[in-house]
Design a protein around this ligand. Structure first.
Ligand code: BGC
Length: 369
C-alpha cells in the first residue's frame, strides 16, 4: 500500500502521511496540495533569481501554493524564512542552502511535521532529514573549467612550455565548492606534477583559495594581492575560477593592474553559470573566455517533478544513490550534466536553446553594477 511504502521510505509518519491516513483512498491527491516553500540563497547572482521565479511558476501551474524567499547570504535569515514556511504549513521545502551545516534544527522541526525536504543544487549536510537532492555533476564542472585552461594553453604531455596559474575556489560553507575544486585540481594535477603548470603563490588548497559567500569583491582583493606579490615581473597565464561573479572580480583586479583584456598577456579565465555579463565578456573577448552552463530550467523541472511524484503518490525519479553523502546517509539524487560554453558555442547552447537572448547579453552591464 502506498501509504506504508512512503512511510517506510521517509522513515516518518508526517503530516502528508497523516493527511492521507485521514482520507479515503481516491482522495489522496486532493488532500496533498503540494504547498511548497522555496528558500533560495541570494538575489546577487542571476541564476538564483531566474530559478526562484521558474520554480514558483512551474509549481503554481500545477495548482500548488508556493512561498518564495531569498536569504541574501545570511544564515539566520534563511533559517527564519524556513521556519516561517513550516509554520505556514508547507508540505515540501526546496532549499538552496546558504550555510550547508546550519539547517539541522529547523529541518528537524520540518521533518516532525511531515515536510519533504529537497536539497536544491547545494547539498545540506549533517542532518538525517534531507529526502532528495537535485543538482548537477558538480565534479564535472571543475573538470570542464580545467580542460578549458589546458586546451587554451595548448598543454599536452609532450609540450615543453611552462605556465603560471592561480586557483580560486568557492565558499567554504557550500558543499559544491569542494567538488568544483577537486574536479579542477584532479584534471590539472598531471601538469602540476610534470612542472608544466606552476602556481607561484603556492596557494593550492581549498581554504586559502576560497571565496566566502562567492563574493566578487573578495576575489578581486585576493587577485590584486596575488598580482602584487607574485606577478610584478612574471606572466600570469591562467586563472581557475569557479563562478562568473568571481571571474569578473578577478578581471577587475587585472584591469586595475593594467592587464589588457584581449591582449596576448591577458590570462585565460574560467567561470560558471552563464551569467549575462560574463557571456558578454566571452562573446566580446573582454574578460573570461569560458563559463560552465548548468541549465537551471532542467534543474527546476527535476525538483518540481520530485514534488509532483510525491503528491501523486509515487517515488521521485533519481539517477544517483551513491555520490552525495551528507554525513548521515547517501541522499537519493538527480544529477544533470553541465556544459562548457565559449565564444564558439554560446549561441547554440544558451541563445538557441532560449535560455537568454542575444540582446540580453549585449545589453548586460560591463561591470558588477
Ligand atoms: C552553485 C553555482 C553558483 C554558486 C554561487 C553554487 O552552489 O552550484 O552554480 O555559481 O553556488 O552562487
Amino acid at each position: 500500500m502506498r501509504l506504508n511504502r512512503r512511510g517506510l521510505l521517509f522513515g516518518t509518519a508526517g503530516a502528508a502521511a497523516a493527511s492521507l491516513a485521514a482520507c479515503g483512498k481516491g482522495e489522496e491527491s486532493k488532500q496533498l496540495t503540494g504547498h511548497t516553500g522555496i528558500a533560495m540563497p541570494t538575489t546577487v547572482s542571476d541564476r538564483w533569481v531566474i530559478e526562484g521565479a521558474d520554480l514558483e511558476k512551474r509549481l503554481q501551474d500545477l495548482g500548488y501554493k508556493t512561498i518564495l524567499e531569498y536569504g541574501e547570504d545570511d544564515v539566520p535569515t534563511q533559517i527564519q524564512q524556513i521556519q516561517s514556511m513550516i509554520d505556514a504549513g508547507v508540505e515540501f521545502l526546496i532549499i538552496g542552502a546558504i550555510g550547508n551545516t546550519s539547517l539541522g534544527e529547523v529541518l528537524s522541526d520540518a521533518k516532525n511535521k511531515g515536510v519533504t525536504i529537497i536539497s536544491y543544487d547545494r547539498l545540506i549536510l549533517e542532518t538525517p532529514d534531507v529526502d532528495y537532492y537535485a543538482s548537477f555533476d558538480n565534479y564535472q564542472v571543475g573538470v570542464l573549467q580545467a580542460k578549458h585552461i589546458i586546451s587554451r594553453l595548448g598543454l599536452s604531455q609532450d609540450s615543453t612550455e611552462t605556465f603560471n596559474i592561480e586557483l580560486f575556489s568557492g565558499s567554504l560553507d557550500d558543499n559544491n565548492s569542494q567538488y568544483f575544486f577537486q574536479g579542477g585540481m584532479d584534471t590539472l594535477e598531471p601538469f602540476i606534477y610534470s612542472g608544466q603548470i606552476v602556481i607561484p603563490s603556492n596557494e593550492t588548497e581549498q581554504e586559502p583559495t576560497s571565496t566566502q559567500q562567492w563574493d566578487p569583491k573578495l576575489a578581486r582583493e585576493r587577485m590584486a594581492r596575488l598580482l602584487d606579490d607574485f606577478y610584478k615581473d612574471e606572466p600570469l597565464h591562467a586563472v581557475l575560477s569557479p563562478y562568473d561573479g568571481i571571474s569578473r572580480g578577478i578581471v577587475e583586479a587585472l584591469v586595475a593592474a593594467d592587464f589588457e583584456p584581449g591582449s596576448d598577456d591577458f590570462p585565460v579565465i574560467t567561470g560558471q553559470d552563464a551569467e549575462a555579463r560574463s557571456l558578454k565578456a566571452i562573446k566580446e573577448g573582454t574578460g573570461q573566455s569560458e563559463t560552465v552552463f548548468k541549465d537551471t530550467r532542467n534543474l527546476a523541472e527535476v525538483a518540481v517533478n520530485m514534488v509532483k511524484a510525491i503528491v501523486g503518490g509515487s517515488t521521485p525519479e533519481v539517477n544517483d544513490n551513491g555520490t552525495y553523502d551528507n554525513g548521515f546517509k547517501f541522499i537519493p539524487s538527480f544529477l544533470l550534466e553541465p556544459v562548457d560554453v565559449t565564444a564558439e558555442n554560446y549561441q547554440e547552447i544558451v541563445v538557441d536553446s532560449g535560455y537568454i537572448t542575444e540582446e540580453e547579453i549585449d545589453n548586460a552591464p560591463a561591470d558588477e553594477g
